[in-house]
Design a protein around this ligand. Structure first.
Ligand code: ADP
Ligand code: MG
Length: 606
């Protein structure tokens, strides 16, 4: 293959422009992105080599080397991982293969901090090299291909890139950044080590840098120490040293891990620039042995509602990376959770298909689900809602049956207010669990919060509601609507308002669907006030009941006429006690879809 010029995909060109301009205030992240690519490439090699050890060639020790050349003003990140073929270099470094790129472009706000976060989430990390470089040269050879099938990829990061075939004995990839004039600060070993320590300490393979030592300057007058010297400086020794901890963070004892390290690890695996709300780090020993390090983010990612969105848990087996987004490890309603699960029992060659059937995975999934629910219960307990405290406390013994050691959590004070923060971001997703996870339905129901006729904020739990029920009230009443205002002004609420009976106001799109799966809470039935003949039971006094019966009798002829007139439109017409000011309202039959659900399905084109 002779030298070819290719154009970047339009989105890449746009992105490059953005990267070089918008991310300027957070320059150093480029190193994190490139080291993380190098580490991914080593993980991929290790994984492919499980079935083909020849891929290691004569270099079984995987590593990343970071070096720089002050005179040439270049910085190089080299790995001996899987490498790229010529076609892979063209495909992976010239396009954004992932779907949703347009979506990404639309989400850009112009705010540097949040745009930087988006870039991370989209995994367009390689292009961040152009924050500090005006030209990048990538040389690579894929493991298993002959030396002559290497590739050189060069681009100034504007419209196009060049690729040509090269001979490269060394397997893997080297990325050389030709630094901009104002990025010379990265030609400094101390500075580089500092950034690596900050972002890449937890990376489980060694990151090496060439050792430097101080060398005095030459004597200005040879032989005469008093004649003065030229300034000294650091010189390279030719010897390489490991500059990161190089041990997977989750395998270290928790006492050796600082809060800052947990947070940095979270940021690295989640591409989130914010700190997580909370996390749990456990070694579970029992029917199956594994380590879990699970984080609850503080902010929802922009693609939380994307139906293809996978869970954010990485699967390792005995410290070997197996796959990202292992959806079998957590139910989909917990897809906001990020973290790592490292199993001691799964086979190394486990595939996604095998995962679905594995007994060990089933146990891990149950244990991890319970762990996440316990974390949420713990946050809820500290969120200063008296009834919520009871609900969470009642569940404290519901944790995983497996023996658990090493639980990490922040001190109680720091947890205040976090549950409402969590709930505002992820509450609606959690509700999906009512339909998805029958085994944990009761625990989930305790974690739900709603607005009500006494609270505009979504802070009322079923337990709070029950504690405030009127004497004689035997039902938890709720209404679903598109907005809080619509719910509050619904004519169906009139009699409840008059009698001072609290009604939960549900305005999330999933409420209607989710509530189909929850018919009672703690022995008390749930009833939609927009369904059937709402029976107020003992909440009505004798006079009211009598008046209602009399009215039904008196208006019989009128009802018959109305029924006849509406016969294609309404199933039934009846006298009601639920209205106070409005003359009439629409309700659906008990067993029918509610108005709200019918509207939803219509919107979805069903
Ligand atoms: P992501 O890492 O999220 O996939 P990047 O923009 O960081 O996105 O990298 C794009 C792709 O380029 C990677 O998925 C990978 O296929 C390829 N790539 C980047 N760096 C390397 C490397 N050091 N070795 C092998 N492939 C690489
Ligand atoms: Mg990357």
């Amino acid at each position: 293959m002779s030298k070819q010029t290719h154009s970047f995909q339009a989105e890449v060109a746009q992105l490059l422009h953005l990267v070089t301009h918008a991310l300027y205030s957070n320059k150093e992240i480029f190193l994190r992105e490139l080291v993380s690519n190098a580490s991914d490439a080593c993980d991929k090699l290790r994984f492919e080599a499980l079935n083909n050890t020849a891929l290691y060639e004569d270099q079984p020790q995987l590593e990343v080397r970071v070096s720089f050349d002050q005179d040439a003003r270049t910085l190089t990140i080299a790995d001996n991982g899987i490498g790229m073929s010529q076609q892979e270099a063209i495909d992976h470094l010239g396009t954004i293969a992932k779907s949703g790129t347009k979506d990404f472009m639309r989400k850009l706000s112009g705010d540097q901090q949040s745009d930087a976060q988006l870039i991370g989430q989209f995994g367009v990390g390689f292009y961040s090299g152009y924050i500090v470089a005006d030209k990048i040269t990538v040389e690579s050879r894929r493991a298993g291909l002959p030396a002559e099938e290497g590739v050189r990829w060069v681009s100034g990061g504007t419209g196009d890139f060049e690729v040509e075939q090269i001979t490269r004995a060394q397997r893997g990839t080297s990325v050389t950044l030709h630094l901009r004039e104002d990025a010379e600060e990265y030609l400094n070993a101390w500075k580089l080590k500092q950034i690596i320590g900050k972002y890449s300490d937890h990376i489980s393979l060694p990151i090496l840098m060439e050792k430097e030592e101080w060398k005095d300057g030459e004597l200005l007058v040879p032989g005469d120490e008093n004649g003065g010297r030229q300034p000294g400086g650091m010189v390279k020794t030719g010897e390489w040293e490991t500059v990161n901890q190089a041990s997977a963070l989750w395998t270290r004892p928790k006492k050796d891990i600082s809060e800052a390290q947990y947070q940095e690890f979270y940021r690295a695996i989640s591409h989130d620039s914010e700190s997580p709300l909370t996390w749990a780090h456990n070694r579970v020993e029992g029917n199956t042995e594994y380590t879990q390090l699970l984080f609850i983010p503080a902010k929802a990612p922009f693609d939380l509602w994307n139906r293809d969105k996978k869970t954010g848990v990485k699967l390792y087996v005995k410290r070997v990376f197996i796959m990202d987004d292992a959806e079998a490890l957590l139910p989909s309603y917990l897809r906001f959770v990020k973290g790592v699960i490292d199993s001691a029992d799964l086979p190394l060659n486990v595939s996604r298909e095998l995962l679905q059937e594995s007994r060990d995975v089933k146990l891990i999934r149950e244990g991890s689900t319970k762990r996440v629910l316990s974390m949420l219960e713990d946050l809820a307990k500290h969120d200063q809602h008296p009834a919520a405290v009871d609900a969470a406390a009642a569940d404290a013994d519901g944790a995983a049956a497996d023996a658990v050691t090493d639980v990490v959590s922040e001190d109680d004070k720091a947890k205040e207010g976090k549950y409402s923060q969590f709930y505002a971001e992820f509450g609606a997703v959690l509700k999906e669990g009512l339909g998805e996870d029958f085994a944990n339905r009761e625990r989930l129901a305790k974690l739900l919060r709603f607005a009500s006729t006494t609270s505009d904020a979504a802070t009322v739990s079923f337990a709070d509601y029950k504690a405030r029920m009127k004497p004689g009230q035997e039902t938890i009443y709720y209404i679903t609507a598109d907005t809080l205002a619509a719910a509050k002004n619904s004519p169906q609420l009139e009699v409840f308002k008059k009698k001072g009976i609290e009604v939960l106001l549900m305005t999330d799109r999933v409420d209607e669907w989710a509530l189909n799966y929850l018919t009672e809470f703690d022995g008390t039935p749930l009833q939609s006030v927009a369904k059937g003949a709402v029976d107020l039971g003992d909440l009505q006094d004798e006079a009211e009941k009598k008046a209602a019966e009399e009215a039904a009798e008196t208006f019989k002829p009128l009802l018959a006429k109305l029924k006849e007139a509406l016969k294609d439109k309404a199933d039934d017409v009846r006298v009601t006690t639920r209205l106070v000011d409005s003359p009439a309202c629409l309700v659906v039959k008990d067993d029918a879809m509610s108005n709200q659900l019918a509207r939803l399905l219509k919107q979805a084109g069903q």
